[in-house]
Design a protein around this ligand. Structure first.
Ligand SMILES: NC(=O)c1ccc[n+]([C@@H]2O[C@H](COP(=O)([O-])OP(=O)(O)OC[C@H]3O[C@@H](n4cnc5c(N)ncnc54)[C@H](O)[C@@H]3O)[C@@H](O)[C@H]2O)c1
Length: 416
């Protein structure tokens, strides 16, 4: 008997959809049938990529509703910009509830919402329409993270006690599209954009294998945010030039550096700590993800730029700029690390495998919108802490209505 397969459609035809499509080469039982993006060209290009990659006979669609109406499409992957979450999810739910078509589930890229109110609404909408929901946090699926967790908990934690400190950092030289740099469109700066990964990855490492996030209770958040590089006039000018004058970091900057310290209480009354840093002003070979875990008699280290493959190009090698060696690559010469399979190393392949198999089994994915909501709650508390320059007990009052100053266009450290 033929295996049951999941037909999926992508909403958004940009950077992350391309990553997901590449990763599907390593995922069984799934076919990409459609792409709907803001422009017909990006829908067509991304659908063509899926066909050429061999992961489905994808077609470009004119609307989300049209994709829902296709009986071959069972689930949608939301990969459009942060500021489109509400309209996208509302159209999906409207199409399902008005009988245009049926879906098993939806997945949504990070962040689930630009603030707690949006993230809560995403969860409510999915549950109200009886859709299974997957939150796309790739880092907790990265093989070095899952294998590291397995080994450290099996050998170290079982004999000497559970870990007490997880550190995570995500750093690169800045996002590829102007909307990421706009606090109002994106929801914040680098804290919202990238700390979402680090807080969740570190929380995952501290959670015993097989247990849910409820075994750890967040009790306080302390954070710091600053604009270290991109408000310098020469760098603000680059942002202005690459956005046709729209991005104005002299007047409306976002934080390009942030750190946070989150305290959790375990069920047996111990305190464990997550420490994160994140930056859009990191200049190195390219994207650097680092994850560390510490327990009483053991530790674990991941640094994605410590790759097993390195190449060297002398100064006589001249070529064009690219991202062929590593994501957010900064150079083309000298000794360069290469992440030979980024879709695997960053966790996209295992993430999509889990989402596809969960949907086919009719089960809610282990990483779902409730996790995305909790991540948003922690990030918003981090903004509160950075704004008030003090440690905030979790959950703070007013969390549901809080919008960071940077997302209101009212944050400018140069003016204070
Ligand atoms: N997991 C990760 O590491 C990771 C990495 C990058 C981006 N992301 C997330 O993925 C999402 C998309 O980011 P990206 O880098 O692909 O951005 P992008 O700007 O490269 O691509 C966004 C795409 O969405 C399309 N779009 C715009 N408005 C739309 C709408 N209303 N409906 C449908 N499509 C629309 C655009 O035309 C474009 O093709 C963001 O939420 C981002 O935070 C996650």
């Amino acid at each position: 008997m033929a295996a049951k397969r999941l037909g999926i459609g992508f909403i958004g035809g940009g950077f992350i959809s391309r990553f997901h499509i590449q990763s599907l080469i390593g995922v069984r039982d799934v076919d990409v049938h459609g792409v709907y993006s803001k422009t017909k060209t990006s829908s067509e290009e991304t659908a063509a990529l899926a066909r050429v990659t061999g992961v489905g006979e994808a077609k470009a669609y004119d609307s989300i509703t049209d994709m829902v109406a296709n009986p071959d499409i069972d689930a949608l992957w939301i990969c459009s910009p942060n500021y489109t979450r509400m309209e996208v999810m509302e159209e999906i739910v409207h199409a399902v509830e008005s009988g245009k078509g049926e879906l098993i589930g939806v997945t949504c890229e990070k962040p689930l919402g630009r603030n707690v109110a949006e993230a809560k609404r995403m969860l409510e909408l999915a549950q109200g329409a009886d859709l299974l929901d997957g939150y796309l946090e790739n880092q907790i699926f990265a093989p070095s993270v899952t294998r590291g967790k397995e080994i450290v908990w099996a050998r170290g934690a079982s004999t000497t006690g559970p870990p007490f400190l997880a550190r995570a950092a995500e750093e690169h030289s800045g996002p590829h599209m102007p909307w990421f740099w706009e606090g109002e469109l994106q929801g914040g700066g680098v804290l919202n954009d990238m700390m979402c990964h680090s807080v969740e990855e570190a929380r995952f490492m501290l959670t015993p294998p097989g247990e849910s996030r409820e075994v750890l209770t967040p009790i306080s958040v302390n954070a710091y945010a600053a604009c270290l590089k991109w408000q310098r006039p020469e760098y603000a000018k680059i942002l202005s030039d690459t956005s046709n004058g729209k991005t104005d970091y002299m007047k409306r900057p976002s934080e390009d550096f942030a750190r946070s310290l989150i305290e959790y209480a375990t069920k047996d009354g111990h305190k464990v700590v997550v420490e994160t840093t994140t930056s859009w002003c990191f200049v190195g070979a390219g994207l650097r993800l680092s994850m560390e875990l510490f327990g009483p008699e053991y530790s674990m280290f991941v640094n994605t730029l410590d790759s097993d493959l390195k190449v060297f190009f002398s100064r006589n090698v001249k070529g064009s700029e690219g991202e062929d060696l590593v994501e957010k690559q900064n150079a083309e010469s000298g000794e360069m690390p290469v992440v030979s399979s980024e879709t695997d190393a960053y966790g996209y392949t295992a993430e999509n495998r889990h989402m596809v198999q969960s949907f086919l089994a009719g089960k809610r994915p282990e990483e779902n919108f409730s996790d995305g909501l909790n991540v948003t709650e922690l990030l918003m508390t981090a903004y509160m802490s950075a704004e008030q320059d003090k440690t905030i007990s979790f959950p703070p009052p007013d969390l549901d209505t809080f919008i960071p100053a940077v997302a209101r266009g009212e944050w400018n450290p140069k003016e204070n």
